[in-house]
Write a protein that binds this ligand. Structure first.
Ligand code: C5P
Length: 231
């Protein structure tokens, strides 16, 4: 896809999300819908947003026993998503089962792993018995995801270089925590601009509030696209 931007529509109102998706058609590469939206609106809500015609990234972060995740993936691919996320922490067998279920689809989505949630710092990880630093754990899980047949991982802009170096050029890196040079940071602390993230090696960028909360979301998306073209 030429436009790497997936806009995160972190909202529960399906009509509002569908209308925003329609307005953004032609200005972004796709739409990301997460658990907040899916739990509120179910598959019908996903279909309503998909009708806008943009690729849909289903950020479901599946994590359960292999059989259950394979079943959930089989249902998810019926919605024809471009990307589906699962948790790498579910282990190799779970990731393989998810990947096999996805590949049975007519148009298989990219199956992308979440490694370490960026809401967890080294102390939080230590408290749950995970003694290695977050970056080391993220690289370990990214390698395991690759060995288990996954297409890539979600990672912070600051993890891109380390994961790219270990997992190779074909492994897809999907990167949130992006802020255009002029935007408010919100609750994101360790950010990069879109151009910096792409230069670092990101394949897809996840951008939410800088577009959705802008006075004119289309203008905001166009400004980011211009920033990317300028490099
Ligand atoms: O509004 P903002 O651009 O911060 O939205 C970023 C999106 O990416 C949200 O949907 C958020 O849940 C998601 N995300 C993130 N950081 C991660 C993983 C996902 O911000 N490490």
């Amino acid at each position: 896809m030429s436009d790497p931007i997936y806009v995160a529509l972190d909202m529960t109102d399906a009509a509002e999300a569908a209308s925003l998706a329609k307005r953004l058609h032609g200005h972004v590469g796709g739409i990301k819908l997460g658990l907040e939206f899916f739990v509120a609106n179910g598959p019908g809500g996903i279909r309503a947003v998909s009708d806008a015609g943009l690729p849909v990234f289903l950020d479901l972060k599946l994590h359960d026993i292999p059989n259950t995740v394979a079943g959930a993936m089989a249902s998810a691919v019926a919605l024809n998503p471009a990307i589906v996320t699962i948790h790498a922490g579910g282990g190799a067998a779970m990731m393989r089962a998810a990947s096999e279920a996805a590949r049975k689809a007519k148009h298989p989505p990219l199956v992308i792993a979440v490694t370490v949630l960026t809401s967890l710092d080294d102390r939080d990880l230590d408290a749950v018995g995970q003694r290695s630093p977050a970056l080391e754990q993220a690289v370990r899980l990214a390698l395991l995801a690759k060995e288990s047949g996954l297409d890539g991982v979600v990672c912070s802009p600051h993890e891109v270089a380390a994961i790219r170096a270990r997992c190779g050029a074909d492994f897809k890196l999907v990167v949130p925590g992006i802020r255009p040079a002029s935007a408010a940071l919100g609750d994101q602390k360790r950010v990069m601009t879109p151009a910096q993230a792409v230069a670092a090696g990101a394949d897809h960028l996840v951008i939410g509030r800088p577009i959705t909360q802008a006075q004119d979301p289309v203008l905001a998306a166009q400004a980011i696209a211009a920033e990317l073209r300028a490099g």
